[in-house]
Design a protein around this ligand. Structure first.
Ligand code: DON
Length: 615
């Protein structure tokens, strides 16, 4: 299957589900309402809406169909909101019936229907729609559905007429409810309103947003409007979980684990509180009156995205800790002035997304959205999982799909800090073997990945990432602006030293008496803490200096500097520095200190960026 270049892994997955079940031809379109029999069995749409209003939809997601029984929980919510729990409970119970939707299951003594999801309970609930006149009640109902969907909805008059003219069983139920005084007045009026509420035309997108409104505690995520109080939303969802799928409800909550409701036109809505809403539409129904494809889609969605209510964290913490670019956050490898300038100018092309906490569908989805929206503005992307505590299989799948998508969009994408993620490891090894895992986890830390991205960026801009093999004294960063005489004065006070690899040139805690200009090779700056032991915090190459901080404050060494490769350096003792001309000859001391101030300012900026990334 070919996906549009910009589509997200979530749409891609929905396309995959759609393709997988479109071929499933089991089930029959409902015909007991003649007009419903005209539905095309091939119609098939899927939509999911997040609690911040993002909708993903595939297939026939904009084809209108009638809401049917999926209207029942919403009207129940309206009844609760209008009359309060006690009043409503006196007229409609909350026990599952384990019977078909149109069963006539009333309490033999009181006539009270078992629950508001079977027709008897739903018609009784419709009798509670507030309004002084028939028109007011109709309007109230349409306002209710419109507020949940976030747009004005209309009644499909043809389906309504068909249902009104053939709904003899529902008519019998309404009259029985009148007999028990559950309905007052003329039972034909609430019955007519019930036929209307079942005939409201919706599409998959509407359903997903209606479900997402329930998922976000009664606030429509698209309009921001509160439609239902949180406590009533909770009651409504409870009824959906126990009675929403009729006598399939037990198996449904066991396997899919989301409060849901089906309708005979082929729709299903499902709600994962705090996370998302689902709307599926496919007319062929199984023997229990639920959409065949709808059930299969919800089952797969729940399994693949980890959406089971009892198997997903209660609190969703945002997964995105921060986003930085290589213009402000650099690797521990210190670079020379030319490279630094280049990274400052072009570093925005390298983006670092730092993730944190537990990754699940709901926490990762907004990150995927943000990354894809921004994909065109960068050439490199690092997904730093170093602060991720745990991730489920759904997140593994989404992360890898995202990586593939970005790579196909031409963004060089690296995962970093993933080495300890056992679930991710299992997931990758089971699909791509050990080699796949090693390849994916090539970068142990964000810093490793960042250094490679910086190198690539430098090369793209015609700069060798390795830097020069040897930097003469005149090109050292602390000697910028020195004239020939000044260089000669300084050189006269320097001692050249050859340093084999793995030599401690400076030891943390010891008194300081000299600084070094690195001519060739490489040194590392190491810091030791109780928590982390010894850690490499910075790497320096030719042209850079070390041990120079103590030149300013003459305090003992705060870090250890060790050669990583065999190196050559010039050593300047502080005594020799103190003897440099302070005046005349270009005020050598002042010039050197001014250059040093520049270098330190730059390091401070980098350190600040790093501190920001830790917050
Ligand atoms: O009461 C009826 O016959 C329909 N208008 C609603 C039925 C329905 O959607 C049952 N649910 N699956």
């Amino acid at each position: 299957m070919i996906f549009p270049a910009s589509s997200s892994p979530i749409e891609q997955y929905l396309e995959h589900l759609h393709g997988k079940f479109a071929r499933l031809e089991d089930g029959d379109v409902a015909t007991y309402i003649p007009e419903l029999g005209r539905a095309n069995p091939a119609w098939f749409g899927i939509a999911i809406a997040t609690v911040d209003g993002q909708v993903y939809e595939v297939g026939d997601s904009r084809i209108p169909f009638t809401i049917q029984s999926m209207s029942k929980p919403f009207v129940y919510g309206l009844a609760l909101e209008t009359w309060g729990l006690k009043h409503v409970l006196a007229r409609v119970g909350v026990e599952p019936s384990g019977e078909a939707f149109n069963s006539i299951s009333l309490d033999p003594r009181t006539g009270r229907p078992l629950n508001p999801m079977i027709n008897a309970g739903a018609i009784a609930t419709t009798g509670l729609v507030p309004g002084a006149t028939r028109d007011e009640r109709r309007q109230k109902l349409m306002e209710l559905f419109g507020a949940f969907a976030g747009r004005d909805l209309t009644v499909d008059e043809t389906v309504y007429a068909s249902e009104r003219d053939t709904g003899h069983r529902n008519r019998a139920i309404a009259h029985l409810l009148r007999n028990f005084n559950i309905l007052g007045g003329d039972p034909e009026e609430p019955l007519d309103l019930y036929f209307r509420q079942c005939s409201v035309a919706v599409n998959c997108r509407d359903l997903a947003l209606m479900a997402a409104t329930l998922a976000s505690g009664g606030v429509n995520p698209a309009t921001g409007r509160r439609v239902l109080q949180p406590h009533n939303t909770g009651r409504l969802l409870s009824i959906m979980s126990s009675c929403g799928m009729y006598d399939y409800a037990g198996e449904w909550i066991y396997n899919v684990g989301m409060p849901a409701k089906s309708g005979v036109a082929g729709g299903i809505i499902a709600v994962l509180p705090g996370q998302l809403g689902v709307g599926v539409f496919s007319p062929p129904l199984d023997a229990k009156g639920n959409s065949v494809r709808g059930i299969r889609v919800c089952r797969d969605l729940s399994n693949d995205f980890g959406l089971h209510l009892f198997n997903t964290p209660r609190v969703v913490t945002p997964a995105l800790k921060n986003v930085q670019t290589a213009a402000e956050s650099r690797s521990r490898r210190q670079r020379g002035k030319t490279e630094l300038d280049l990274l400052r100018r072009h570093g925005h092309a390298v983006r670092i997304y730092q993730l944190r906490g537990r990754l699940i569908f709901a926490s990762l989805e907004p990150v995927i959205r943000a990354i894809l929206a921004d994909a065109a503005s960068g050439s490199h992307l690092i997904l730093d999982l170093g602060h991720v505590v745990d991730l489920d299989r759904a997140s593994c799948r989404l992360l890898l799909d995202l990586r593939d998508r970005l790579i196909r969009l031409g963004v060089r994408t690296h995962l970093a800090g993933a080495t300890d993620q056992a679930t991710l490891r299992d997931y990758v090894v089971s699909r791509q073997g050990e080699d796949g895992w090693l390849q994916l986890c090539r970068f142990e830390t964000r810093d490793d990945a960042l250094e490679v991205c910086e190198d690539e960026l430098l090369r793209t801009h015609g700069q060798s990432a390795a830097g020069p093999a040897e930097v003469p004294l005149g090109d050292q960063e602390l000697c910028r602006g020195f004239d020939v005489a000044e260089l000669a004065t300084l050189a006269a006070r320097l001692t050249a030293v050859e340093l084999p690899a793995a030599t401690d040139v400076i030891a943390a805690g010891t008194p300081a008496d000299a600084m070094y200009f690195l001519a060739r090779g490489e040194v590392g700056v190491f810091l030791t803490t109780v928590q982390t032991g010894e850690q490499l915090i910075s790497r320096l190459g030719p042209g850079m200096s070390f041990g120079e901080v103590a030149l300013i404050d003459r305090q003992p060494r705060s870090a250890t500097v060790r050669t990583i490769a065999a190196s050559r350096a010039w050593r300047l003792t502080f005594a020799a520095f103190d003897g440099l001309p302070a005046e005349g000859l270009g005020a050598l001391q002042a010039k050197l200190v001014a250059n040093l101030a520049h270098v330190l300012a730059d390091r401070l900026r980098s350190a600040n960026a790093e501190i920001r990334s830790l917050k």
